[in-house]
Design a protein around this ligand. Structure first.
Ligand code: F6R
Length: 264
């Protein structure tokens, strides 16, 4: 049964599914369609990727499509949103480790086409490093499709409140709520880095298409803010309301606080 509903009464184009699994399959299908249509034209697909729990089922489905349906990643270039700082790429807490474990190690992507902000750059070189990351995205013609999750602070990437719509890739300080949410994975709050390197809100808004995913009731309040709240740096995800090609994928739990009837 497909409970997907396109809810035009919210400020953002919304798809509500019965569960994260069916929604993630649709997101993976959209990504596969993009990769294949670009390949047919002899072009690269430039993907902006997120970590965390939200995209896990999408990555699992992409791996399945590679193994069972021959989906090739040879023409895929990726830019990840963020990385903790400092962070050794070989650490199991790094987003490099996460991406390899959940996607890159299982598909035929050329690792030279993979870009993840570095958590090992010397502090005084970070500004230049971030400018180079932005320039590389531009060099590849910009991000075709940006995947996003949302943090309980309303962050996208690690753009914590307050973050304005012009921000580009840079070093940021993590919000205490974000660090608390990450604590179990790090074996305690004291082990969670206090800083990160992240693509900015402006970098995200530059993407040609954005897919935002949120699963579970714990996201319901912030999803409602993102969709119906005033556009403000206090909830950076509200800036998505300014983008003309955003699709929000929710499960029933995450859609719970939306004002309108979303499931039929
Ligand atoms: C991850 C990222 C974050 C997460 C957000 C939601 O690369 O940039 O913005 O998308 O914190 O995390 P999960 O999906 O774990 O709820």
């Amino acid at each position: 049964m497909n409970l997907a509903v396109n809810n035009s009464s919210e400020k953002l184009y919304t798809n509500v599914y019965a569960d994260a699994e069916s929604a993630s399959k649709k997101v993976a299908q959209d990504i596969a369609d993009l990769i294949r249509s670009k390949a047919e034209k002899g072009e690269n697909a430039v993907l902006g990727l997120a970590t965390g729990s939200s995209p896990l089922k999408v990555y699992a489905e992409l791996v399945r499509m590679h193994k069972e349906e021959g989906l090739s990643f040879k023409n895929v270039i990726t830019f990840n949103l963020d990385e903790y700082y400092p962070m050794d790429p070989s650490s199991e807490h790094s987003y490099v480790y996460f991406m390899k474990k959940n996607l890159f190690d299982h598909v035929d992507i050329n690792m030279e086409n993979v870009n993840i902000p570095s958590g090992t750059i010397r502090r005084k070189e970070i500004e230049e490093y971030c400018a180079t990351y932005e320039a590389k995205i531009k060099l590849h013609g910009g991000v075709d499709l940006q995947l996003l999750g949302i943090g309980r602070t309303g962050h996208i990437g690690f753009n914590e409140p307050p973050s304005n719509e012009k921000t580009l890739t840079r070093m940021v300080t993590l919000d205490p709520i974000t660090r608390k949410d990450a604590a179990p994975g790090f074996g305690g709050l004291e082990n969670v880095p206090t800083e990160a390197v992240t693509m900015g809100v402006g970098s995200i808004l530059n993407a040609k298409k954005v897919i935002m995913m949120a699963w579970g009731e714990s996201k319901a309040a912030i999803v409602n803010e993102m969709m119906n709240g005033e556009v403000s740096g206090q909830v950076p995800a509200t800036y998505l309301q300014l983008h003309n090609n955003v699709a929000v994928f929710l499960d029933e739990g995450a859609a719970k606080e939306l004002k309108t009837e979303t499931l039929v």
